[in-house]
Write a protein that binds this ligand. Structure first.
Ligand SMILES: Cc1cc2nc3c(=O)[nH]c(=O)nc-3n(C[C@H](O)[C@H](O)[C@H](O)COP(=O)(O)OP(=O)(O)OC[C@H]3O[C@@H](n4cnc5c(N)ncnc54)[C@H](O)[C@@H]3O)c2cc1C
Length: 456
């Protein structure tokens, strides 16, 4: 988090402190729930939500008995056991969740290559395996010999870290699909901890066919038995339903004495989980240089298609990456029916397909569906006659895009907000690559700063 906001009145004090929370995605909901847990009066909380339901990017949809997560397949996991337990509790307790082994792969022609790619080299055709291994060892040797620093741009970083073979066969095409721009136009500072980092011995073993694990961070995950990932945010929202104003898009936030008005209504504190790049349009008096920094923050949108299938045959995989152009525009497919039995009717299964697009280019037209289905069929993941129907969802902002200048723009934006006493929170509220558990951790930390307890 940034600068610590001064605490609001402690629970035992009597003056009401009205808090407005803009956005009822997981960040806004977790903050509200955590504030109430800490004794803040619930009647002094108001959540404004533009959409007709709460949940934001954690939302799910059920169509004809098929449930899918609108912003791509979501799994529950966390490095922080307390956050994990808190989210499970919100979603109905541990017994309301399926526990699943994470089993993921990369589609490579007709083959499955275990993920992470460098731990699956032995699954490749021999020539590609050799190219990837030789490149990996060469890059490893270069790093050892030169002691070189990680390059600042992502494209060079990929070669520096993985070598030419893995770059050519997987990292370049996959990342170009998801980021929709040349990789040298991205920074490399966001990859630490996100891109698996296999020891060279493991890669050598993998290449000659000895199984290595690689990425144990999410070896298991949880998923709600019913209602999709949204069951978690539904659980958070259930005790707050009278405090959430659905279908209420905030248009104007203005300074009023020590506090603020939100569309004319007075509040002592305003927490902003809505996108930082839209703040200049919403908040009065943003200086032009800060507005420029905010508006320059880049993100990619996402279109998902649920593909309802008339079969219960599915590979033993949670999800798969599709790096190649002949596999169509999708970069990832998730077998939603493998996450929870109730995600598809009995005897049926479902795929969830993700396609990103540059936000400023706008969402793709209706032709995308045919391109996606043709790509899946070409990749051997569906037969067209198995498809019962598809359902499409679009998200304006799904991925923060780390272009040069992002860190500086973000810093200027957050410093101004915090200096003004506006509290930014959430994936696009702070423009960082946070998963829902990290959003929850930050929301709970903010609640603790706002309502400190003598026992913590
Ligand atoms: C492809 C993909 C896969 C992911 N997979 C996972 C995963 O497996 N596990 C995981 O934990 N996380 C995952 N995430 C991340 C997760 O979705 C986000 O971290 C989380 O949902 C962000 O929540 P938020 O509340 O910060 O933002 P949002 O969900 O974006 O919420 C912001 C809310 O503000 C509302 N809003 C916007 N403007 C206004 C306005 N003017 N007035 C009122 N309301 C407004 C929006 O409608 C929205 O509900 C994934 C994300 C993506 C894109």
């Amino acid at each position: 988090m940034g600068r610590t906001p001064p605490p609001i009145l402690a629970a035992h004090q009597s003056l009401p402190v009205k808090i407005a929370i803009l956005g009822a995605g997981v960040s806004g909901l977790a903050l509200a729930r955590a504030l109430v847990e800490r004794g803040h009066p619930r009647e002094d909380l108001t959540l404004f939500e533009a959409a007709s339901k709460a949940g934001g990017l954690c939302g799910s949809r059920t169509v004809d008995g098929y449930t899918y997560d609108v912003a791509g397949g979501h799994i529950l996991f966390s490095k922080d056991p307390e956050v994990l337990a808190w989210m499970q509790e919100a979603g109905g307790g541990p017994e309301a969740f399926e526990r699943r082994d994470r089993n993921t792969a990369i589609r490579f022609g007709e083959r499955w290559v275990r993920y992470p790619f460098e731990n699956g080299l032995g699954d490749l055709p021999p020539e590609a395996n050799f190219e990837c291994l030789a490149g990996y060892v060469h890059a490893w040797h270069e790093r050892q010999a030169s002691g070189s620093e990680a390059p600042a741009d992502f494209g060079s970083w990929v070669r520096w870290r993985f070598g030419d073979g893995i770059a050519r066969h997987f990292m370049d095409p996959y990342n170009e699909k998801i980021w929709k721009r040349p990789l040298t136009g991205l920074t490399s500072d966001w990859v630490a901890g996100r891109v698996p980092d296999a020891p060279v011995e493991d890669v050598l073993r993998a290449s000659i066919g000895i199984r290595t694990e690689g990425y144990v961070h999410q070896a298991i995950f949880w998923y709600p038995k019913r209602g999709g990932f949204q069951a978690i945010t539904d659980g958070m929202a259930s005790d707050l339903s009278d405090r959430i104003r659905l279908g209420t898009r905030v248009e104007r936030v203005a300074r009023a004495g020590e506090g603020w008005t939100v569309d004319g209504e007075a509040f002592d504190r305003v927490v902003v989980t809505t996108p930082l790049d839209l703040v200049p349009r919403m908040v009065e008096g943003v200086p032009s240089d800060v507005a420029e920094a905010m508006e320059g923050l880049e993100s990619n949108g996402l279109t998902t298609f649920l593909v309802a299938l008339d079969t219960d045959e599915q590979p033993d995989l949670s999800w798969a990456y599709l790096p190649h152009h002949d596999q169509g525009p999708a970069n990832r497919v998730t077998w939603m029916s493998s996450y929870a039995t109730a995600n598809a009717p009995e005897g049926r299964s479902s795929l969830l397909v993700e396609v990103t697009w540059p936000r400023l280019a706008g969402r793709p037209g209706p032709e995308l569906e045919e391109e996606v289905l043709a790509g899946l069929a070409h990749a051997g993941l569906i037969r067209r006659e198995q498809v019962l129907f598809t359902d499409r969802s679009d998200q304006e902002r799904a991925y923060v895009v780390y272009v040069p200048g992002h860190a500086e723009r973000r810093r200027a934006a957050l410093e101004w907000m915090e200096g003004e006493g506006l509290l930014p929170l959430g994936r696009f509220g702070r423009y960082d690559y946070d998963n829902s558990d990290q959003c929850v951790a930050k929301a709970r930390a903010l609640a603790a700063e706002l309502v400190p307890r003598s026992d913590t």
